[in-house]
Design a protein around this ligand. Structure first.
Ligand code: KG4
Ligand code: ZN
Length: 358
């Protein structure tokens, strides 16, 4: 490794879902953020197909690494360490990134850090320029996760407060879009369909918000009941041969999702006495979510942080940012035999377990 007088240059690889992401950072400075998405390949299935995602990662890996290096104006000689998403995510997809990272690290004799994708989503914020104030509550909402975290220290103290017990928020958008005959990915198409719709037209259920849910599920989420309620609504309209008020259904569905997400996140802020909320994940692209979160956070005296969208969706730069933090702290790299962990818990920032010796 080069002298520690300048911050370490870390190349991060992300392949947990359908985005092949390669990012390069120098400490907390963003140098490159290349993303190749296989989203279009999944469109006709209405959701991510794991095998197709894994194959696409394999094809995109080398060009994406080369593209990121070119964007940063660097070569592999300038890289001090490699970081890769070890989990959570799709096992086959994760394995492609881990394989590439291990190959690169071995060939260039670089330290390799297998890191947590969820922590990466939070770390993305350090790349946006302003320092991240801790502790903070973080709400991560994408096609793969709906997680509420209490982050005290990015490199070591992250607590999972709650998560979805069925569909992820983005998945709910994708499945509901399909029910409404709208295209994949569902988030943007529901956003578009909701224009002019009345968000109060249909009182769709708000999952796990009843008083009885407060003990066990205060900060957990459930969206499958909402999806079923939309399906019943569509069936009723069909049975009665009525035209479906798509704009009203889309607006009311979106309102139900947004309402629950923001209410639970701000409740976590209040309960923990933490007046800071960070949003991450692809669903943050939702206009109504940003609007409602901004309004209600302000009313509650909570400072809201939303990183730029290209850092909110899955990317390699956020993984590199976690790696840079671990290098800066002097943490040892992950053992050479670490494996993909599709259900990695949020509190494991770096994988230090050698799966080959289990
Ligand atoms: O973070 P992301 O790009 O990838 C992962 O799922 O890991 O998130 C993609 C998800 C999809 O489910 C998509 O429908 C959702 O984010 N999404 C949105 C919007 N744009 C994308 N959801 C709601 N509103 C949007 N405007
Ligand atoms: Zn993600």
């Amino acid at each position: 490794m080069r002298a520690a007088t300048t911050a370490p240059v870390v190349l991060g690889i992300e392949t947990s879902c359908d985005e092949t992401g390669v990012g390069i950072v120098r400490g907390t400075e963003l140098l490159a953020n290349r993303i190749a998405s296989s989203m279009e390949l999944h469109a006709r299935f209405g959701g991510v197909v794991p095998e197709i995602a894994a194959r696409a990662h394999l094809e995109q890996m080398q060009p994406t690494i080369e593209g990121a290096l070119a964007d940063a104006g660097l070569t592999l000689d300038d890289i001090d360490a490699i970081a890769v998403t070890a989990g959570p995510g799709l096992a086959g997809a994760l394995m492609v990134g881990i394989g590439a990272a291990k190959g690169l690290a071995a060939a260039r004799e670089l330290p390799l850090y297998g890191v947590n994708h969820l922590v990466g989503h939070v770390a993305a914020d350090v790349l946006s320029g302003a320092p991240l104030e801790l502790p903070t509550i973080a709400l991560l909402v994408s096609g793969g996760h709906t997680s509420l975290l209490l982050v005290r220290d990015l490199a070591g103290d992250v607590e999972l407060l709650g998560e979805t017990i069925d569909d992820a928020a983005g998945e709910a958008f994708d499945k509901t879009a399909r029910l409404l005959g709208l295209s994949y990915p569902g988030g943007p198409s529901i956003d578009a369909a909701a224009i002019g719709g009345d968000p109060a037209a249909i009182a769709f259920p708000r999952g796990l918000t009843a008083p009885k849910d407060r003990d066990r599920h205060r900060w957990n989420f459930s969206f499958s009941g909402l999806k079923t309620a939309v399906a019943r609504h569509v069936e009723r309209a069909e049975a009665a041969a009525e035209a479906l008020p798509v704009a009203d259904v889309a607006a009311s569905f979106r309102e139900a999702v947004v309402d629950v997400l923001v209410a639970k996140a701000l409740d976590a802020c209040a309960a923990h006495g933490i007046p800071r909320l960070l949003l991450g994940g692809g669903v943050v692209a939702n206009r109504r979510l940003r609007e409602v979160a901004t309004e209600r956070a302000e009313a509650a005296g909570v400072t809201l942080r939303i990183p730029p969208l290209e850092l909110c969706t899955d990317n390699g730069a956020m993984i590199a940012a976690v790696g840079a933090m671990l290098v800066a702290r002097g943490d040892a790299p992950s053992p050479a035999g670490f494996a993909a962990e599709s259900t990695l818990e949020a509190d494991v920032v770096q994988v230090v377990d050698d799966a080959s010796t289990r």
